[in-house]
Design a protein around this ligand. Structure first.
Ligand code: BES
Ligand code: ZN
Length: 646
């Protein structure tokens, strides 16, 4: 980094600090940086250049949504949510219009709170961002009522037939809002910096149950009726949240309590296994509170979704959404819960203002996840997960252009691309490595104090990279020039690659396993050891094997370790990656089963991509499997795979 660049970014960081007072700009009309009386009541950081969201049409400084009230009916036959969204808005007195985001939903009418029609217009359609939805405001308009219905192919929603669920009896619906998909079913300003309180009344066909990412749920007394009738559920989120965190699931759902403020929803056939796998959840919440400060959301419940859920987990407030593929029977994949729980602080309290700063959500969460794992499962386990993370970071740097690749920056330029282009291990693992480096330099106690303070100071607020660096300087570094010099903050955030001051993996973490991988490369397989190893050790072993292997070697490996038979989906994935890279036919039945029985993007995308790129051996397999599996996959997964033209 050049000296001017360092200077410049320091100036930017300081400027961000000055424009980020703790009070609302409306409450402080003298604030010169903000021209307070001329902006709607936004979080102060939104008035900085870093917080301008290129993935939303909204112009929050002119007029912004403060509360969303949904009243929707779920229609499985039509694959539509239909009803009204009532939006409360905060606006500059001279604002003439408010701009919302819209992707595909059909607008029937727009009125103000008194039922007077308001004129509106839709802009040109962008395949990913959708369209501008501009509504004209009267001089006193403070409320909008939008009557609408979502499109059957809404990108946030997946409608499952009974056959596509675990229980096979009832249909299922779930949403996935992050990053910019909620604009396909909620008419609002779909930008993570524009926080909104919200509520919903949802009516569903009996006997289905609706759950959402907010307190409430109990069936509305007077409406729940006899069988073929609708059941209506009500929810209300009292805290302002980023709109991508509004989520719904509807299906044959049962609840099991896990502790005083924790519990799990699942289809009845999945509930017993889910309950066993999640038995440490209440302990995790307590450990997280010790580390990061009070849990601010009331309950921490989870829902285990049908196998097509496209992610491992999604941190929807009060109700984490989970893939069933984390259920291994031995709790060995529950770092996923630590991760989604940690988002209750990093991401859901302090939220990236734009997707360019996604690392603030995911990197901080990945760091926090391993601190929770350490508290619950001990330092040995955490040390191994840190080492796996460092391995993944090396791979991510390679895949993103190496040490000079622009996309290896933490603050990444996503203009002109879908925000999910930033969904890489750079955000997760370089972000986590950044925080571990700071921890190593200031000591754990001081860093923990700082982190608690960071969450407390920015609870229910959008944050940017610049704001984080300014906050570090104000509350942690406090003018210590030697420390400032050591940390290299700007280099970590704004420059590519992994700086030299990162903390290396502990070579002891996997010493035995790494030796075994080398020996296995020479033909000596660790048959006895494998049985004793943890899931993390097995994963490390499979990742460390030579990438090119002949058929005979793979057969011996499979037979010695029972890889085609493993029920652990992470281990199976690691094995199938190796098998596919080596055109190993005997793994094809297991591969087909794997790809047609779950739709987690992290698993299915790379396998299908690798197959498709192998024109003679893999592509026919990919075509055959994809045709069968596609109905199971969520729109955000098929969006990428359809491009392969299988
Ligand atoms: N918030 C993410 C999932 C996400 C990111 C959805 C970006 C859409 C866009 C969630 O917290 C997450 O990181 N899930 C991981 C699991 C985790 C243990 C790394 C996943 O789904 O694999
Ligand atoms: Zn996450």
């Amino acid at each position: 980094m050049t000296r001017t660049a360092i200077l410049l970014s320091t100036v930017v960081a300081l400027a961000a600090c000055q424009t980020a007072p703790a009070v609302s700009p409306l409450a402080e009309p003298g604030n010169p940086a903000l021209q307070a009386s001329r902006t709607a009541g936004v979080a102060p950081v939104l008035a900085t250049a870093d917080a301008v969201d290129p993935h939303s049409y909204a112009r929050p400084l002119e007029a912004r949504v403060t509360n969303v009230a949904l009243d929707l009916a779920v229609d499985f036959a039509a694959k539509r949510l239909a009803g009204t969204a009532t939006l409360d808005i905060d606006r500059r007195p001279d604002a003439r219009v408010i701009v919302l985001d819209r992707k595909g939903y059909e607008v029937e009418s727009v009125t103000d709170g008194a039922g007077r029609p308001l004129a509106y217009s839709l802009g040109a359609a962008d395949e990913e961002l959708g369209t501008r939805f501009q509504i004209e405001l009267g001089p006193d308009t403070r409320r909008l009522v939008i009557r609408y219905r979502s499109a059957p192919n809404a990108s946030a929603l997946q409608w499952l037939t009974p056959a596509q669920t675990a229980g096979k009896q009832q249909p299922f619906l779930f949403s996935q809002g992050q990053s910019i998909e909620n604009r396909s079913w909620i008419p609002t300003q779909d930008s993570p910096g524009i926080r909104q309180t919200w509520s919903a009344r949802i009516s569903v066909p009996s006997p289905l149950t609706a759950v959402m990412s907010a307190p409430g749920g109990g069936e509305d007394g007077d409406i729940g009726g006899p069988k073929d009738k609708a059941r209506t559920f009500a929810f209300s989120m009292p805290h302002p949240v980023a709109p991508y965190l509004i989520a719904i699931a509807v299906g044959d759902l049962k609840f099991q309590s896990l502790g005083p403020r924790t519990g799990v929803w699942a289809e009845p056939v999945t509930l017993p296994a889910a309950t066993r796998e999640l038995e440490d959840t209440e302990k995790m919440v307590m450990a997280a509170e010790q580390l990061f400060g009070p849990y601010r959301w009331g309950r921490y419940d989870m829902i285990v979704l049908p196998p097509s859920f496209p992610f491992g987990g999604m941190e929807n407030p009060t109700l984490t959404f989970l893939t069933p593929t984390f259920i291994a029977g031995d709790k060995s994949l529950t770092s996923l819960i630590a991760h989604e729980l940690a988002h209750s602080w990093s991401g859901n309290l302090a939220t990236n203002a734009t997707w360019a700063d996604f690392w603030l959500n995911e990197g901080t969460t990945t760091y926090a996840e391993r601190r929770i794992v350490e508290a619950i499962y001990g330092p040995e386990v955490a040390r191994q997960q840190v080492a796996l993370g460092i391995g993944a970071l090396g791979k991510a740097v390679e895949e993103n252009g190496g040490a000079t690749g622009a996309d290896t920056r933490l603050a990444v330029d996503l203009r002109g691309r879908h925000p999910d282009a930033g969904l890489t291990d750079i955000a997760y693992e370089k972000g986590a490595a950044f925080l571990r480096m700071i921890e190593a330099n200031v000591g754990r106690e001081r860093f923990d104090d700082y982190l608690r303070g960071w969450f407390a100071r920015h609870s229910f607020q959008p944050v940017t990279s610049a704001l984080f660096l300014a906050d570090l300087r104000q509350h942690l570094i406090r003018g210590d020039r030697a420390l400032e010099q050591k940390l290299q903050l700007e280099r970590w955030v704004y420059q590519p690659g992994v700086p030299a001051n990162s903390v290396p993996a502990d070579p002891q973490a996997f010493a035995e396993v790494d030796r075994a991988a080398v020996a296995a490369g020479r033909g000596a397989l660790p048959t006895a050891e494998w049985a004793q190893w943890t899931t993390d050790e097995r994963l490390r072993f499979l990742q460390r094997l030579p990438r090119k292997q002949g058929r005979a070697a793979l057969t011996r490996l499979d037979q010695a370790l029972g890889l085609n038979q493993t029920g652990n989906m992470e281990v199976k994935f690691a094995w199938l990656e190796l098998a596919v890279a080596n055109r190993y036919d005997p793994a094809v039945p297991a591969l087909e089963q794997f790809l047609t029985s779950q739709g987690r993007g992290k698993f299915v995308r790379p396998l299908i991509r690798t197959l498709a790129a192998d024109t003679s051996w893999g592509r026919p397999i990919a075509a055959r499997v994809y045709r069968r599996a596609r109905p199971l996959y969520h729109p955000i997964v098929t969006r990428n795979l359809d491009e392969l033209k299988l």
